[in-house]
Design a protein around this ligand. Structure first.
Ligand SMILES: [Zn+2]
Length: 246
């Protein structure tokens, strides 16, 4: 069973890659129906589109134009496979499993789009919020208060970045920089709603601590903006998985 859920996760990972590439670029998800190389637009045959294996077999290059394929395709597939297996081991084949698989699958898509574009499509945020509201045992009041907390945090951190950090680094980009993207507050709400207040704070702390590393590296390289959704999602996943094991 674990192996079959890993394989299903890989297929969903492959589908996620298609959405990650097409949604922000306004390419239809139905046309072309077959996968195409983002560089030379040639159709990718089914045997070149097998999750994980094709990437290794093609040595990370397109078979037609030899342009290298981003490692993110491989990592997204692997990540989806692992998330599906871990959730199945924790929850078994239940409604909770099905709903959390959809939630984390959407969060992976949002995270990679956030990494690639530093912004996410609004309708995708609405979809993930709707999925979250139908989760079993979702804490609605906590979700609202976390959204509010996220909003306040954004005001304070934006003030810090625009005033204090700007005075130190003299990077004029910071003057108009915002602490968080619009996508971060819905993810705050989901964290509060899934985990409640105590564990929600744990999840955000984990996410923020992990995000500190690229944030410091980015500041040194004068690229102060880092995507926050991947780190919040990671914090949520780790805390959710650990909850009940401890
Ligand atoms: Zn190509």
């Amino acid at each position: 069973m674990e192996i079959s859920f890993f394989l299903i996760g890989l297929i969903f990972g492959s589908f996620a890659n298609m959405l990650i590439h097409r949604l922000p670029n306004n390419i239809s998800c139905f046309n072309p129906t077959r996968s195409i190389c983002p560089n030379c637009k040639s159709t990718i045959s089914w045997y070149e589109n097998i999750p994980l294996l094709s990437y290794i077999w093609l040595k990370a290059t397109c078979s037609k134009c030899k342009k290298s394929i981003s490692i993110s395709y491989f990592l997204v597939e692997l990540l989806c496979g692992l998330v599906f297996v871990f959730l199945y081991i924790k929850l078994g084949l239940t409604f909770e499993f099905l709903s959390f698989v959809v939630l984390f699958w959407l969060l992976i898509i949002l995270s990679v789009i956030d990494i690639n574009h530093k912004a996410v499509p609004d309708y995708l945020l609405i979809v993930v919020l709707i999925v979250a509201f139908f989760l079993p045992n979702f804490y609605y009041v906590e979700a609202l208060s976390f959204a509010g907390g996220g909003f306040l945090l954004e005001i304070f951190v934006t003030f810090y970045i625009q005033n204090i950090k700007y005075k130190i680094t003299k990077n004029s980009e910071l003057k108009s920089a915002k602490a968080m993207g619009e996508g971060d507050i819905p993810v705050f709400a989901i964290i509060g709603g899934v985990l409640g207040v105590g564990l929600g704070i744990v999840a955000i702390t984990i996410g923020t601590l992990v995000a500190l590393i690229p944030s410091i590296v980015g500041t040194l390289k004068n690229q102060p903006q880092i995507p926050f959704i991947p780190y919040l999602s990671l914090g949520l996943f780790l805390t959710y998985m650990w909850n009940g094991l401890l």
